[in-house]
Design a protein around this ligand. Structure first.
Ligand SMILES: Cc1cc2nc3c(=O)[nH]c(=O)nc-3n(C[C@H](O)[C@H](O)[C@H](O)COP(=O)(O)OP(=O)(O)OC[C@H]3O[C@@H](n4cnc5c(N)ncnc54)[C@H](O)[C@@H]3O)c2cc1C
Length: 506
């Protein structure tokens, strides 16, 4: 019998598996997706080709009332490496205040001073080790890559409108405009699957099963004893001493609900017998949001992308909302159009995406039925809270100012083509654009949040699910609230800290 079953070979699950193997455990790693050997995975600039491909779960939200009733596509990695195999590989720890907020939200032991050494342990930072950065971790983090000149001008434009340049947003402060730090090696995507697991792929105590879709947990007398998994259309039962769910913010709660672990009322509605009445499972669903502004360059073309060149290199963190100690906005800039433009646009295009990263709106993930094959109902309630609209509006106004700065408008002849400048004249027009074009920033979190109150799901110290033995959860679902930056590094952090606990308790 294997010691541990880990469900999900994504950002967190790959880390946990490696650390457990190093500590002498026997591990079965179950991954619903397949191998990560495609060139589109290697090359960060081709990430868009992976969306709605077999490597993407291809999820969509329910119709969003405050986004003109649109269903928003939520790509999620269904492949070794998980979402780290189809993301932009931007490495952002988040702000000190994000983790202090986690503590206030009930995640005891997750303050900045607790997490900093773990971030350092993860990183092999191109800038080298310091009292704030790690130099010899398993994951390469680099800002040393050839820079496309359009990004030099975008960076200059941010500085030109008064945003401070920050040479290391993962250092003393997150604030300001920065060159992104990416998880690549030799220019090629480096997921945690590749960094942590490939070197031990032949380990005798490791079994990796791809195409293994876990439907539910096996629970006997309050103890999780294994999983039911679909492989090639057939159901199997696998047993272990411990099960770790690292299936991500959308699939971890889905597996729990199909196991009868969740709000009793909802489970009754979909005819699933209640194993544990945990009202917080599937609650607190939230995400970061983006709104694209596409500019055509009429004075000179953006140099053609070369192989492995990332299409995003610059981002910026600013706090607009009064009373916050962390940024509420993080615009992200692309050297390509990130939304369709009209036939009249013949030049090259870049995109400045306004970004909301301190959302207050909260939604739910629920089951449509007791059939594990059926899409879950994911309703993040985007833009329900007025604070979110205000922050996003401020970010939109900031990127319009950046686009109009001489570094772009004069040097490149940048002109707004989405929305057309004539359609971006007043608040009402910008509000329409926001709701029409809003997309995900891909940072869903919080659906099994850590805490000790009655609506929390996971104990912040042990990673155990309240009231159940034999089960741990370690992925983006346990974040009490999404940090003010991209969620990959915090998910890896969660994987590292969960493995510490599992190893200590063996
Ligand atoms: C398109 C995109 C771009 C992004 N860009 C960035 C970025 O640049 N920087 C950043 O910091 N963050 C980014 N993110 C977010 C970041 O990748 C995620 O927050 C992070 O990967 C989450 O890690 P996780 O371990 O929680 O889940 P995942 O990495 O998603 O891992 C979950 C794994 O579980 C598997 N799984 C799910 N259900 C089952 C099941 N029932 N049975 C078996 N296996 C299952 C999945 O296939 C997957 O491999 C992006 C995400 C996406 C989708």
């Amino acid at each position: 019998m294997p010691d541990v079953i880990v469900v999900g070979a994504g950002s967190a699950g790959s880390v946990i598996t490696r650390r457990l193997l190093d500590a002498g455990a026997t591990v079965t790693l179950l991954e619903a997706g397949g191998s990560d050997t495609k060139p589109t995975i290697d090359d960060l600039g081709r990430l868009g080709e992976l969306w709605l491909s077999p490597d993407d779960w291809g999820y969509h939200t329910t119709p969003q009332e405050h986004a003109l009733g649109r269903r928003i596509h939520w790509p999620r990695g269904k492949v070794l490496g998980g979402s780290h195999s189809l993301n932009a590989s931007i490495y952002v720890r988040g702000a000190r205040g994000d983790y202090e907020r986690w503590v206030r939200e009930g995640a005891t032991g997750w303050g900045w001073d607790d997490v900093l050494p773990v971030f350092q342990r993860i990183e092999a930072y191109s800038g080298g080790a310091s009292e704030l950065r790690g130099g010899d971790g398993l994951l390469d983090v680099t800002d040393r890559y050839p820079r496309n000149p359009i990004f030099e001008s975008i960076h200059d434009a941010f500085v030109g409108i008064g945003v401070p340049a920050n040479p290391d947003y993962n250092g003393a402060s997150i604030d300001g405009v920065s060159w992104m730090q990416l998880t690549t090696r030799g220019g090629v995507r480096l997921s945690t699957w590749r960094a942590y697991m490939l070197p031990v792929a032949e380990h005798p105590a490791l079994t990796v099963r791809t195409g293994a879709w876990v439907h539910r947990l096996l629970v006997e007398q309050g103890r999780v004893v294994g999983v039911e998994v679909e492989v090639d259309g057939r159901l199997e039962q696998l047993r272990a001493d411990q099960v770790v769910l690292s299936a991500g913010a959308l699939d971890t709660p889905r597996i729990l609900l199909h196991s009868g672990i969740g709000p009793a009322g909802h489970l009754g509605d979909v005819d699933i017998p209640v194993v544990a009445d945990l009202p917080g499972v599937g609650e607190n669903l939230h995400d970061h949001l983006l709104v694209p502004f596409v500019f055509e360059t009429t004075a000179r073309p953006i140099p053609t992308r070369v192989e492995y060149e990332p299409v995003a290199m610059v981002h910026s963190f600013t706090t607009f909302r009064p009373g916050l100690d962390v940024p509420d906005t993080q615009p992200i800039c692309f050297s390509v159009p990130m939304a369709p433009v009209g036939d009249d646009v013949t030049g090259t295009c870049f995109t400045l995406q306004a970004g909301l990263v301190r959302p207050e709106s909260r939604g739910t993930l629920r089951l449509a039925s007791n059939d594990p094959h059926e899409l879950a109902l994911m309703d993040p309630h985007v833009l329900e809270r007025p604070e979110d609209v205000a922050s996003l509006r401020a970010s939109m106004q900031q990127v319009l100012e950046v686009g109009a700065h001489a570094a772009l408008a004069d040097e490149w002849g940048a002109r707004l083509v989405l929305p057309h400048a004539a359609d971006a004249v007043d608040d009402a027009a910008l509000d329409r654009h926001m709701r029409e074009w809003l997309t995900t920033y891909h940072h869903q979190a919080g659906t099994c949040r850590m805490g000790t109150d009655e609506r929390s799901v996971v104990d912040p110290t042990t990673f155990a699910v309240h009231g159940l033995a034999g089960l741990r959860i370690a992925d983006a679902s346990i974040m009490p609230s999404v940090p003010s930056g991209n969620t990959n590094a915090p998910s890896i952090l969660i994987g590292e800290r969960a493995s510490d606990v599992l190893i200590a308790q063996r």
